[in-house]
Design a protein around this ligand. Structure first.
Ligand SMILES: [Zn+2]
Length: 460
């Protein structure tokens, strides 16, 4: 299977970069056995400087020793981008605010940060590549850091007014107190069950062993009490662990203090990104990102509150730059009167060309509309109160065929929203339409002014 082969190849090459044996060296002491308290053993990697023997050039290697050393240096450098240490390490270099706090909503892994240079500034991108690194899979997803960071900061500043925060923390404290009380009750329950079990044990010990029937009953009872105690103790253990993640008074004070200053601190250009990251780390537990039609960011704040942000995905900058502002403004203006196809024709007639020197077409105009969020011709017509054929039919209680007939008669005007004859109807201004009637002595529909209603109107 091709995938398997790739996976093996990848693993071996990673292995080769780490294992000096592939560089022809003899090495001893790369790992150490540690005995765990539970009687098991675990293998611990030893830092390179602490290997006991390193003898390069002992046999023919796949790569030479210099190359191996260079690889090691590069791996150490890269560790900053996706090493294990980023999980809990201090704020790292680079302006990505949420570094080390971002989870991938698609696969649940932690997301790293990749930086790129764009027009002289550093652009962060959150990237999920755990499966790419470990299992030779594809990069799971990438999310533009600037957009997420800005939205999260806006959220923090909005939420961290001292008042809302004080309320939040008070509620949190209340919940913690209740949880603490419940915890005490559970502990007492466990204690009682332990005491019951102890009593049962004593009763069993005292019984005359010859009296088999009583002894059996007491033993069963003792076993039952022991089991109930064990279950309660386990439950207590589990619940207390869940509860352990509460805020200490000190953290509470720091958060409150920060809230008062946050907007000021944040807008102060002297505060560098390390400081900003520290602030974010204090306030945010983690952010889970999902990139689909939009970017969804689930933000978990310290203390357990959560917020969900829906963010627009940006267009690649290269695409946006392809259209001049004057052109976009012209398209915007033309959209008031024309559909996409007509706009393309007008632009071509006036000598506009795309960045590639090509004439415009319907698709290009639609793209510009989407990219610059210009309302479509249809939406603009709707906003002016124009109606669909079906709506006109319902409004006047006539058939859709009759609507088109009215159109032919000039009672209503069709405005085309595209070149496929689709459009909306404009009703006459200051006038309404009087329905006609068929048969002998029938009369056609006609316009009547709204301000002076005809006496005939009631007869219709
Ligand atoms: Zn992922």
């Amino acid at each position: 299977m091709p995938t398997k082969a790739t996976s093996c190849g990848r693993r071996r090459s990673t292995h080769a970069s780490y294992n000096p044996r592939y560089a022809g060296a003899f090495v001893y002491g790369r790992t150490r056995i540690r005995h765990r308290p539970d009687g098991g053993v675990s293998v611990v990697k030893v830092a390179r400087a602490d290997w006991q023997f390193v003898m390069p050039g002992m046999h023919q290697g796949y790569i030479d020793w210099e190359r191996f050393e260079a690889n090691q240096r590069r791996l150490t450098d890269n560790a900053g981008a996706f090493g294990g240490e980023r999980l809990s390490g201090p704020a790292r270099e680079g302006p990505a605010l949420l570094q080390g706090r971002v989870l991938c909503g698609l696969c649940g892994e932690r997301m790293g940060v990749r930086y790129s240079r764009e027009h002289g500034s550093t652009i962060p991108t959150y990237i999920c590549q755990e499966s790419a690194v470990r299992r030779a899979g594809k990069t799971c997803q990438t999310v533009p850091g600037k957009i997420v960071d800005a939205a999260v900061v806006a959220l923090l500043i909005e939420m961290m007014t001292p008042m809302t925060l004080a309320v939040t923390l008070e509620v949190q404290r209340e919940l913690e107190t209740r949880a603490h009380e419940a915890n005490t009750a559970r502990r007492q329950h466990v204690e009682r069950l332990r005491y019951d079990a102890e009593l049962a044990r004593r009763r069993y010990m005292k019984v005359d062993p010859d009296n088999r029937l009583v002894a059996d009953t007491l033993e069963a009872e003792w076993n039952d009490k022991l089991r109930r105690h064990a279950e309660a103790a386990e439950e207590y253990e589990r619940r207390s662990k869940q509860q352990a993640a509460t805020l200490s008074t000190e953290v509470r004070q720091r958060i409150l203090g920060l809230a008062e200053q946050l907007p000021r601190i944040w807008n102060d250009s002297r505060v560098d990104f390390r400081e900003r990251k520290r602030i974010v780390r204090l306030l945010i537990d983690d952010v889970t990102l999902i990139k689909a039609q939009k970017i969804t960011a689930h933000v978990r704040l310290s203390g357990g509150a959560t917020r969900t942000l829906e963010l627009e995905r940006p267009l690649p900058i290269a695409q946006l730059r392809k259209f001049k502002p004057e052109l976009v403004a012209t398209v915007d203006r033309l959209l008031d009167q024309h559909c996409d196809r007509e706009i393309a024709d007008i632009l071509n007639r006036d000598g506009w060309r795309t960045w590639e020197g090509m004439p415009f077409n319907l698709k290009k105009i639609a793209f510009i509309r989407g990219a610059y969020k210009l309302a479509s011709r249809y939406d603009r017509l709707r906003r002016r109160g124009m109606l669909t054929t079906r709506e006109i039919a319902a409004k006047f209680g006539i058939s859709e065929t009759a609507v088109h007939e009215w159109g032919r008669q000039g009672l209503i005007t069709k405005c085309f929203s595209d070149n496929l004859n689709r459009g909306l109807w404009a009703l006459p201004v200051q006038q309404t339409i009087l329905k006609g009637c068929g048969g002998r002595g029938g009369r056609p529909a006609r316009l009547v002014p709204i301000t002076a209603p005809s006496s005939e109107q009631g007869a219709v």
